[in-house]
Design a protein around this ligand. Structure first.
Ligand code: FAD
Length: 380
């Protein structure tokens, strides 16, 4: 089915992203994987190319568009290139809305120009060693000291944790407040008592720095409260829908790409004197995956359009997230199987896609939590 959501300007943007990947990312990617981190230069190059802050108003240096199809193009191209390490989607789609939607004018002037030119890399720190799915279990806390807070606690699994210059930290600001006692505090690089732990060793996404963060008596000025005091939970719930859609968009793109690669592979690879593609089992495997991808694509494109028009709700974003990421996982596994032993070799894109993609059903809210959200909306 021909996709109908893109106009010529999106196609032109796709060409720009592809040439950026070819020039600034792919030649260095293997080295970044060895280093466990991408270069800051790549972030600056992305800023120069206009790939950062697509939705940030132009007056702060951004692209000034709420059309999520541009973000979609970016996610699709980075996924097809097998380059999830340069986490522009996290920066743009996940963290961007907190800054554009919640920051005061003074904060916007302070942070958004750097956000857009690549000099200010961002992260969001919700998860803790003892609290992931259940954010009410957060222990990191901030004590009110008049003109500032004193922040103590630790976070883990934070993407961009090593590179980040600005971290949005979810912290308890009213101990007895439960979900409504949490606030978003911005901690900046260099703050005394803010330390980074290990760059965690993961099974995939090797070029992406994922780290522990520690806060020991960090003085956070009151001007660094983002959004409403004790309002973090509502802010998170509002913004998590876009994060989930963004993950779903990359998931379906990954599944489609894997299918393309595998279709070519089984046409060429011979066994028992004939190409694999002539065997009924292989044909059925490919036919099933192609059908599942096509059905998922129709739903996802509708979600992308709805989100661009401001109509996508949290429930449908959760549906998109669990469905597309579970599909990606199944397709990655089946495509690897169809490659035989070569599928297990890291030099083959299918092997990398298998390990890089495995996290998708976990971060941004697990499949189980997505089903909880959907179930609650239907059953109370
Ligand atoms: C590579 C990577 C990058 C990440 N990036 C970030 C980041 O940038 N910022 C950030 O804050 N976090 C980040 N995370 C953390 C991620 O969001 C959490 O790992 C995720 O939310 C799950 O939390 P958990 O690991 O504590 O698992 P748990 O919450 O302990 O869950 C364990 C299992 O129990 C299931 N479970 C939990 N509750 C229920 C329930 N009520 N019903 C049924 N099943 C349930 C879960 O679905 C899961 O299968 C990242 C994680 C990874 C691995």
């Amino acid at each position: 089915m021909k996709r109908q959501i893109f106009a010529p300007e999106h196609d032109a943007f796709r060409a720009t992203v592809r040439s950026f990947l070819a020039r600034e990312v792919l030649p260095y990617y293997e080295q970044w994987e060895k280093d466990g981190i991408v270069s800051r230069h790549a972030w600056r190059a992305a800023g120069k190319q206009g790939l950062l802050g697509l939705a940030v108003p132009e007056e702060y240096g951004g692209g000034g568009t709420s059309d999520f199809r541009y973000a979609t193009v970016l996610a699709e191209e980075f996924t097809r290139a097998g380059a999830p390490g340069l986490a522009l989607g996290l920066h743009n789609d996940v963290i961007g809305p907190y800054l554009t939607g919640l920051a005061t004018e003074e904060q916007k002037r302070r942070w958004l120009p750097g956000f857009c030119d690549g000099s200010l890399i961002t992260a969001i720190a919700m998860t803790e060693p003892g609290a992931g799915s259940d954010l009410q279990g957060i222990r990191t806390h901030a004590e009110d000291r008049g003109d500032h807070w004193v922040l103590n606690g630790s976070k883990t699994f934070i993407s961009n944790g090593i590179l980040a210059d600005l971290v949005i930290v979810v912290a308890k600001t009213t101990p007895e407040g439960g979900a409504h006692g949490l606030s978003l505090l911005v901690v900046e690089r260099g703050a005394e008592g803010f330390e980074r732990g290990r760059n965690l060793d993961k099974i995939g996404q090797k070029a992406q720095d994922t780290a522990e963060l520690f806060f020991h008596d960090v003085r956070v000025p009151k001007e660094n409260l983002l959004g409403t005091f004790n309002g973090a939970f509502v802010h998170l719930m509002t913004n998590l829908a876009q994060e989930r859609l963004s993950i779903a968009v990359s998931a379906i793109a990954a599944a489609e790409h894997l299918l393309e690669i595998t279709t070519e592979y089984v046409k060429e690879r011979e066994a028992f004197g004939r190409p694999l593609a002539t065997k009924q089992h292989i044909r059925f495997e490919v036919a099933e995956m192609a059908t599942e991808c096509a059905v998922t694509r129709a739903f996802l494109d509708r979600c992308i359009e709805d989100h661009s028009d401001g109509r996508l709700d949290a429930v449908h974003a959760s549906m998109a997230k669990w469905w597309a990421t579970e599909l990606q996982k199944r397709v990655a596994d089946r495509c690897l199987q169809l490659h035989g032993g070569y599928g297990y070799m890291t030099e083959y894109p299918v092997a990398r896609a298998f390990t890089d993609g495995r996290i998708q059903t976990i971060y941004g809210g697990t499949t189980e939590i997505m089903k909880e959200i959907i179930g609650r909306s239907l059953l109370g």
